[in-house]
Design a protein around this ligand. Structure first.
Ligand code: NAD
Length: 269
């Protein structure tokens, strides 16, 4: 039951019916006796600017999670951005300050690293491969850079996206070694699929099968795809004896980061 005295948070995207955040957050709010509720909002792209204006004036709203396809567009609508959100040009969460100002952040990478830590992976001094240089791949690569990864390999069929991410990371993390040529996976501490390949009924691998066959058991293999939970890549990695991290684990690890930024949950939930 949402009562008149409740504070609200929202999640905006289009479509929105598939998102899990409302049930995850609302379960946490109920279980922790918080008078807060999350609303799912399916917004037409033409309404984005006026939505931002509405957020500024919406006095019982604490913040808004932003999902596909508005992460980049909303970054241009808020009043200020965290350093990482500005670098990435995308937001996945907005906090509404009491004076109506909107602050944007992107915690996709922090959520990923939080989940990886639970699998025993720490980035400092390690070597990682990020497959896919789009929105989420860029956020993960940036977070790995912030966490002190020593060497990062990047792949994407879009050479323009790959080059843009190389430039951003090279410019931001002077010590980081970056390459785009991968012939063997044996030396990687982390391999992450940050592309949609493997989603739904798509039984594809995001890397050539011969390359996947070079995986060694010491590597943590992660996927951002949430459905199916065990993607074709994760199934191969498990057979190779690797630890695996699912997209659902990454999504769940983000909840505390999203909630804490909006000021409605602690960081650890
Ligand atoms: P995007 O469209 O911005 O980027 C996808 C990138 O993957 C593109 O650059 C594309 O060229 C690249 N790509 C396609 N095939 C590839 C291949 N074989 N090898 C390497 N790169 C390839 O999309 P996005 O917003 O980054 O989302 C990607 C996926 O991440 C989606 O499936 C989304 O649902 C998922 N996602 C999961 C979480 C989570 O918490 N688990 C969070 C955000 C996004």
């Amino acid at each position: 039951m949402i009562r008149g005295a409740f504070e609200l948070v929202a999640i905006v995207g289009s479509p929105i019916a598939q998102v899990k955040s409302p049930e995850n957050f609302n379960t946490w709010f109920v279980n922790n006796n918080r008078a807060v509720a999350m609303l799912p909002i399916d917004l037409h792209a033409q309404a984005l600017d006026s939505f931002a204006t509405t957020l500024r004036g919406w006095q019982n709203l604490r913040g808004c999670v932003v999902t596909v396809p508005y992460k980049q567009a909303m970054a241009t609508c808020v009043d200020s951005l965290s350093v990482r959100a500005a670098a990435l040009g995308s937001v996945n969460v907005i906090r509404r300050e009491p004076n109506g100002r909107l602050l944007g952040d992107n915690v996709d990478g922090a959520g990923f690293l939080g989940a990886a830590l639970k699998h025993g992976f720490t980035a400092s001094g390690r070597r990682a491969l990020v497959v896919g240089c789009g929105g989420v791949g860029s956020a993960i690569a940036y977070a790995l850079g912030e966490a002190g990864i020593a060497r990062l390999s990047l792949t994407d069929p879009s050479s323009a996206r790959c080059a843009a991410l190389c430039e951003l990371l090279g410019h931001t993390f002077a010590e980081l070694e970056i390459d785009t040529q991968v012939d063997d996976l044996g030396a990687f501490d982390l391999v992450v699929n940050a592309s949609p390949v493997g989603m739904g009924d798509d039984a594809q691998l995001p890397l050539p099968a011969a390359l996947v066959a070079t995986l060694q058991p010491h590597t943590l293999v992660a996927d951002v795809v949430t459905s199916p939970e065990i993607t074709p890549l994760l199934a191969r990695a498990r057979l190779a004896g690797c630890r695996i991290q699912t997209g659902a684990q990454m999504a769940f690890a983000q909840l505390g980061h999203l909630g804490a930024f909006m000021g409605v949950t602690p960081l650890e939930i």
